[in-house]
Design a protein around this ligand. Structure first.
Ligand code: E4P
Length: 225
């Protein structure tokens, strides 16, 4: 499963990239708004930092297909043709996806709450489909199960699209989908940090260091001997 950062704070992106094995960055209009910066300034900084080969996902906001198509052209001119344009899975979005996929654009179907949206987006040529796990949970349904159903639909129908599962609020939601073998998950920095935020882990490492220092002296490591 690929692991992406769902955030546009360049300092947070640099910090998480430094620590963990990360495959790219996703944004949405709310995430860009939180940055308080011009969208192409912040996205340009992200692209420059992650490099041309890493996945970068940027959402279109137009309500009609013609507007989404114009945005896809501008987004990829500014940020590279390999940038994934996120298109909301609404009727005008499917129309835009069909036209853009025919021209070879990389597309992510987003704002996915139901398997039928995912099926239509995959058929319309999106390579990634982004179900919103926690938002589905908050509606009283099972977000992880919806994502598994979408994965099963793609497998059963030999569809090329894969999941870019999104909107996570805890490690368990991510873990369940890693076990299921979905293509990718995009996760906020605080939830990525929480993957390994566990006193059992830190106290085990502290005990190893304390034992080693009893043997070799304070601050010594295997490199110093
Ligand atoms: C994907 O990029 C989605 O826009 C995002 O994960 C939504 O997350 P939220 O439900 O935490 O806003």
């Amino acid at each position: 499963m690929k692991l992406l950062i769902d955030n546009a704070d360049i300092e947070q992106i640099k910090r998480i990239y430094d620590l963990y094995p990360i495959d790219g960055v996703t944004t949405n209009p709310s995430i860009l708004a939180a940055s308080g910066r011009h969208p192409y300034d912040v996205l340009g900084d992200i692209r420059a930092f992650i490099g041309d080969d890493a996945d970068l996902h940027v959402q279109a906001v137009a309500r009609d297909a013609a507007g989404m198509i114009r945005e896809a052209k501008k987004i990829t001119e500014e940020l590279g043709r390999n940038t994934y344009v996120k298109i909301p899975c609404v009727p005008e979005g499917f129309k835009a996806m069909k036209a853009l996929s025919a021209e070879g654009y990389n597309l992510t179907g987003t704002a996915v709450y139901t398997p039928m949206q995912a099926y239509l987006a995959a058929k319309s040529g999106a390579k990634y489909i982004a179900p919103y796990i926690n938002r589905i949970d908050n509606m009283g349904y099972d977000g992880v199960q919806v994502a598994k159903d979408i994965h099963d639909i793609f497998t059963a129908n030999n569809m090329e699209a894969g999941l870019l599962a999104a909107s996570f609020k805890n490690s368990q939601q991510v873990l369940e989908l890693a076990k299921y073998g979905v293509l990718a998950a995009t996760v906020s920095p605080d939830v990525i940090d929480a993957f390994v935020k566990n006193t059992a882990i830190t106290s085990a490492v502290d005990a190893f260091i304390a034992d080693f220092e009893k043997l070799t002296g304070p601050g010594k490591t295997m490199a110093d001997l």
